[in-house]
Design a protein around this ligand. Sequence first.
Ligand SMILES: [Zn+2]
Ligand SMILES: [Zn+2]
Length: 222
Amino acid sequence: MFNLLFPTYCISCGRPGNYLCEICQKKLKNSLPECYICRRISNRYKTHEKCNKSGINYAFIGWQYDIIPKKILSQYKYRYAYKLSEILSTLLLKRLHDTNFITILSKQSIIVPIPIHKSHKNMRGFNQSSLIASQLSKKLDFKFDEDILIRKSDSSHQSQATLEERVKLKDVFELNKEVKNKDIILIDDVISTGTTINRAAQKLKGNSINAIALFRGRPRYQ
Ligand SMILES: [Zn+2]
Ligand SMILES: [Zn+2]
């Protein structure tokens, strides 16, 4: 009945039936294992010792950020956010198994989403990384905690911030509770330069940190 009232269409190609149809799912391009800092190939997505300044030991990327992922993230709306997160977290879990990355992750890990990104200025009132992180934690049976890191400032104020204020905002994350000697997995939707996850990781010093992101643009050499 619900489906008759609100038919479901693929947000990428418009085919009826699923929020992301199987054809479009298959068009997602797997990322190659790389060091997320220098972007050279690295076994099992390990950060090279010499590249590792912010303490993220492994940073896994699901897929290349190209046409379909851009559509997915720009179409992420409240009405189907939950369903879409379910599809994406299922696909992500499969990638973690297929690549064997899963074996790197401690079963005691705490999954921590990156608090909402300022470039996602929106009134949607939800954080898509948090939805993905929460569903992934259920599938993996890992702890989930979205209160460890908070964003210091309300993103809606940032567009009016002066340059000086924006410089201060560089330190965007704050540790909301003391966490030490834990296995942390940071979750983000898209990694661009890596600055955001680096800043988040710096707040979590004293823990063993890995990161998982859905998408990232392909490195130049490919
Ligand atoms: Zn489709
Ligand atoms: Zn490197």
